[in-house]
Design a protein around this ligand. Structure first.
Ligand code: PMP
Length: 462
C-alpha cells in the first residue's frame, strides 16, 4: 500500500502550537527556545517540521539517537513487544525482554566487567543512574565524599536526594579536568594534563587538603555539556592508578559517550581504563528512556531498596535498547564513528583558515565541538587561560545556531560559556550528510560573522 505524504500543517496551526507552548510551558524550557520547530516526522538524521521543512539533526535527542530517528530495527523491536502482549510496566521483575537486554549489554562491557558485572536498573534518566552510582559507592566504602571535575555535568537531581529523609551529606572535592585550549595552568597538552593529575594526587594525600574521605571519583571520558573536552588517555589512566592505589571506586559517566559515540563502544576503551562503575543512559534505550549502572560485583553490598524507583522496568526501552546495542556492535558503528568523526574534525579545522572566530575545534568520534571566540575583545583578566585564547563569544554561537537552523541544520550549543557549537549526529549518517553538515555550518558561520561585524561599531570592515 502506498504511503501518502501528509500535507504540511497550515502555517496558523504550527504557529499556534509554538505560541501556546511559549504561553503554557515553563520559563526553564531550553531547546524549545533556540529551536522553534514543531517536529512531526523523522527518519534517520532527518527531522521534518510541521511547516514541511526538513532538517539534518545533529542534536539527536541530546546524543540519545545512536541510530537516528525511527531506525527500522528499533521500530521492529518495539512492535514485537507490543504485539506479544507482554506487560509494559513491571517494576524490577524479571522478563525475557530484560534478560535479552542484559545479556546484550554485558557482552559489550570492557575488560573484566564483561564477566563479572552486576546491573542496577534505575529510574529512566541519566541523573537517576548517577544518584544510584553514588549511593552504591557510599554503601561499599562507608565514606561519603565525592571527587568530581571542573566543567563536569552529571544531571539535575541532587536536590531530590538532599530533600529526602536520611540523605547523606555529600561533600564534593572539585578537581581540575585537563583542557588544552583554556588550560588553567597555562600550558595545555601533556604538560597541562600532567599538572592536573599531580594536583589531584597531591590534594588527596595532603592531610590538610580539606578533602572529605572520598567514596568515589566520577568522570566523563569526554565532557559533553562542559564543552566537548576529551580526557587525554594518559591522564585517565593516571586517574585510574590514583584511585586504585587509594581504594577509591572510579565511576565512568558514559551517559553521553557510550554506544559507539566517541569511536569506541565505550569511551573508556580508548585509554584501556576499566572503571569500577559505569553510568549508562541515553543511547542504551534506543531512543526511549532507560538508565542503568553496571559495576564490579564486589561493590554489590548495598541492601535491598538502597536505590529504588517506580519506572525501572520499561520493556519497550529495553527492547529498543537491545536492538540498538546489537546493531551498533554488528555493524561496527563505533569504527564508522571514528572514521567519519576524524573526517568531520579535519573539515571543521580547515574552516579556521577563513574564520578567525573559530577558536578551537575538538572532539572524539561523532562528539564534536567548535568553540567560538571574539579575537577583538580584551581577554578577561580574572580568568586564567593559556595566554593566547581569546574570550568566548556566546552571542556568535547563538547566531550560528540560528543560521544553521535557517539552512536546515539542527545543532546544540554547550560549553561553560555557551560558546561551543556541538555536533552529535547519529552514528548512521552517510558521507554525504557529513559533508552537508560541514558545508551548512561553514555557510552559517559566514552569515553569523557578517551580522556580528554589522553590529560591532568598531569592527573590521573587510
Ligand atoms: N551525565 C552526562 C554525561 C550527561 O551528558 C547527562 C545529560 N546530558 C546526564 C548525566 C544526565 O542525564 P539526564 O538528562 O537523562 O538526567
Amino acid at each position: 500500500m502506498a504511503v501518502t505524504e501528509p500535507a504540511p500543517a497550515p502555517q496558523a496551526a504550527y504557529e499556534g502550537i509554538l505560541r501556546r507552548q511559549a504561553l503554557r510551558e515553563s520559563a526553564a524550557r531550553t531547546y524549545a527556545r533556540s529551536l522553534p520547530i514543531v517536529p512531526v516526522r523523522a527518519r534517520g538524521m532527518t527531522v521534518e517540521g510541521a511547516d514541511g521543512r526538513r532538517y539534518l539533526d545533529c542534536l539527536s535527542g541530546a546524543g540519545t539517537l545512536a541510530l537516528g530517528h525511527n531506525h527500522p530495527v528499533v521500530l521492529e523491536a518495539i512492535r514485537k513487544v507490543i504485539d506479544s502482549g507482554a506487560p509494559l510496566h513491571v517494576l524490577d521483575l524479571a522478563t525475557p525482554v530484560k534478560d535479552a537486554f542484559t545479556t546484550e549489554l554485558f557482552a559489550t562491557l570492557p575488560g573484566r566487567l564483561a564477566d563479572d558485572a552486576r546491573i542496577q536498573f534505575c529510574g529512566p534518566a541519566g541523573t537517576d543512574a548517577v544518584e544510584a552510582a553514588l549511593t552504591l559507592v557510599r554503601a561499599a566504602t562507608g565514606r561519603s565524599g565525592l571527587l568530581a571535575f571542573t566543567g563536569a555535568y552529571h544531571g539535575m537531581t541532587a536536590g531530590a536526594l538532599a530533600a529526602s529523609g536520611a540523605a547523606p551529606d555529600v561533600r564534593v572535592t572539585r578537581l581540575p579536568f585537563p583542557q588544552d585550549y583554556r588550560c588553567p595552568f597555562g600550558t595545555g597538552g601533556e604538560r597541562g594534563a600532567g599538572i592536573a593529575a599531580r594536583w589531584t594526587e597531591h590534594l588527596l594525600d595532603d592531610p590538610k587538603g580539606g578533602v572529605s574521605a572520598p567514596a568515589g571519583m566520577i568522570v566523563e571520558p569526554v565532557q559533553g555539556e562542559g564543552g566537548v573536552n576529551p580526557a587525554p588517555d594518559g591522564w585517565l589512566r593516571r586517574m585510574r592508578e590514583i584511585t586504585r592505589e587509594r581504594s577509591i571506586p572510579l565511576i565512568a559517566d558514559e551517559v553521553q559517550t557510550g554506544v559507539g559515540r566517541t569511536g569506541a563502544f565505550w569511551a573508556v576503551e580508548h585509554s584501556g581504563v576499566e572503571p569500577d562503575v559505569m553510568v549508562l543512559s541515553k543511547a542504551i534505550g534506543g531512543s526511549l528512556p532507560l538508565a542503568v549502572i553496571v559495576y564490579r560485583s564486589e561493590l554489590d553490598v548495598w541492601p535491598p531498596g538502597a536505590h529504588a524507583g517506580t519506572f525501572r522496568g520499561n520493556q519497550l526501552a529495553m527492547a529498543a535498547g537491545r536492538a540498538t546495542l546489537a546493531y551498533v556492535r554488528e555493524n561496527r558503528l563505533a569504527e564508522r564513528a571514528a572514521t567519519l568523526g576524524a573526517r568531520m574534525l579535519a573539515g571543521l579545522r580547515a574552516l579556521r583558515a577563513d574564520h578567525p572566530r573559530i577558536g578551537d575545534v575538538r572532539g572524539r568520534g561523532l562528539m564534536l565541538g567548535i568553540e567560538l571566540v571574539d579575537p577583538e575583545a580584551a581577554p578577561p583578566t580574572a580568568v586564567a587561560g593559556n595566554g593566547s585564547a581569546p574570550p568566548p563569544d556566546p552571542a556568535l554561537a547563538a547566531a550560528v545556531q540560528q543560521e544553521c537552523l535557517h539552512r536546515g541544520l539542527i545543532v546544540e550549543i554547550g560549553g561553560r560559556d555557551s560558546a561551543v557549537v556541538r555536533l552529535l549526529p547519529p552514528l548512521t549518517l552517510t558521507d554525504e550528510q557529513a559533508t552537508a553538515v560541514v558545508d551548512r555550518l561553514a555557510d552559517a558561520l559566514s552569515a553569523a560573522e557578517r551580522s556580528a561585524r554589522r553590529r560591532a561599531p568598531s569592527g573590521p570592515t573587510a
